[in-house]
Design a protein around this ligand. Structure first.
Ligand code: CTP
Length: 421
């Protein structure tokens, strides 16, 4: 969406033409005429913004079950019933995309669109005649990059939308909540507590996983959701500029590792959450609470805990090797997280030696074959199984990974010396 002339439904509908070449839209357009199928939601918004649509949302005026079955058969795809108290809903899951199909039944199209969260998500495209319906000024708001609640009740009807507001302000570059919407979101934010934890978790996860989430976290300060949601109670916030700066630095570190250096992707969700929890008093306890309340998966909670246990970028060769080994697949995440706490000069100084090690000694650091196994150590030192053997085997392993012991002979010498001390 560029010039003002684009903000008419007819002109915008032309921009949506490429959607009709996509298998999902072709299949939806082929549903029986009485379904009066409309494409709605993010696919329209994204296409108008020049972003490739990921998933598709469609509304039919009846015949939902048969339509969902037909789509499932066409794609050889699984159809999941999503249910819900307001509409019948189905998700058609193909390997490449989802189609969510809502049967609005007796609900009028106007009501259906009015109940949607933001005006930019309230557009609808009639597939039969390619007419674009813009009942709530969504096109104008797309043009002004404005996130505006579709109705005054948008957030009170579904308080999860306060988090969606933060996520869209990250994912839709340059979009900002307009002032009245921000006020409505602020008023509804305390209601987030009545939303199912699974929905909150999914939305939070999407927010903290998105590149550049600092903008959204900044908005959570405005909504008084950070740190309240992380602490489980209203609480004084940690210094906001420092935290936002740190998140922005994290993004720069992650982008450098991934894009410039071609290293494995940074787990942004874990690193961002570690920064958010790490800024709170009693962060370990807060993390446990959030996990208990199902706001975090066990896997995510473990990754955050591991990050919180890392203090600083390593300064010596053995420290570098040990940190990389312990971090394993998460090494870029650990390095970006620790790098977000230091200035650009210190980051550069630390990064070079780390990248040299991962490029030249990956196997010796990440998957080194043991120089001696437990039986051999026990035999050599004539000791039985027990904590002492575990301690010596662990010590030898660390010495090997740190590069202090590299051959079997050195390992034997190391063990004799360690056993005596
Ligand atoms: N929707 C809503 N309120 C919600 C969730 C969804 O009003 N809490 C409506 C919006 O019209 C939205 C559509 O349902 O556009 C589809 O929802 P979803 O797939 O979650 O979001 P998208 O807008 O498609 O965006 P994205 O796929 O990027 O999440």
């Amino acid at each position: 969406m560029t010039g003002p002339s684009r903000a008419t439904p007819a002109a915008a509908a032309e921009l949506l033409d490429p959607l009709f070449a996509l298998p999902a839209t072709v299949a939806l357009a082929a549903l029986p005429a009485e379904c009066r199928t409309l494409l709605v939601g993010g696919a329209l918004r994204d296409q108008l913004l020049g972003r490739p649509p990921r998933d598709f949302d469609a509304v039919v005026a009846g015949g939902g079950p048969a339509a969902a079955r037909a789509l499932g058969e066409r794609f050889g795809a699984r159809v999941i019933e999503l249910g819900g108290d307001r509409f019948a809903a189905y998700r058609v899951v193909t390997p490449d995309f989802h189609i969510d199909l809502w049967d609005r039944g007796e609900t009028s199209l106007e009501d259906d669109l009015r109940r949607r969260d933001f005006t930019v998500n309230s557009l609808a495209l009639q597939l039969a005649d390619r007419r674009l319906l813009d009942l709530h000024g969504g096109l104008e708001d797309l043009r002004h990059r404005s996130l505006r609640a579709t109705s005054e009740r948008s957030f009170s009807e579904d308080p999860l939308r306060v988090l969606r507001l933060a996520r869209f302000s990250v994912e839709l570059a340059g979009f900002r909540a307009e002032p009245a919407t921000l006020e409505l979101a602020r008023a509804a934010a305390p209601e987030l507590g009545r939303v199912a934890a699974e929905r909150v978790r999914e939305e939070l996860e999407a927010l903290v996983s998105a590149p550049g989430s600092a903008v959204g976290i900044d908005l959570l300060f405005d909504l008084a959701l950070y740190p309240a949601l992380w602490r489980g109670e209203p609480a004084p916030a940690p210094p906001r500029p420092e935290l936002v700066d740190r998140l922005e630095r994290l993004e720069r570190r992650a982008a450098e590792l991934e894009t410039e250096r071609g290293e494995p992707a940074v787990d942004r969700a874990a690193a961002v959450q570690a920064i958010l929890f790490g800024a709170l008093p009693q962060s370990a306890e807060r993390l446990r609470d959030a996990h208990r309340k199902r706001l975090l998966s066990s896997r995510r909670a473990r990754a955050i805990e591991a990050l919180l246990g890392r203090r600083r970028l390593p300064a010596t060769e053995p420290e570098r090797r040990w940190l990389l080994h312990r971090s394993g697949e998460l090494w870029t995440t650990v390095v970006a997280y620790l790098g977000s706490a230091v200035d650009d000069g210190d980051w550069r100084a630390a990064l070079g030696p780390l990248l040299r090690l991962t490029a030249t000694e990956a196997e010796a650091i990440f998957t080194p074959p043991p120089l001696l196994d437990g039986h051999q150590i026990a035999e050599l030192l004539d000791i039985g199984p027990g904590p002492r053997l575990g301690e010596l085997a662990g010590g030898l392993r660390r010495a090997q990974i740190e590069g202090r012991v590299t051959t079997r002979e050195e390992a034997i010498a190391w063990l004799h010396q360690a056993a005596e001390s």
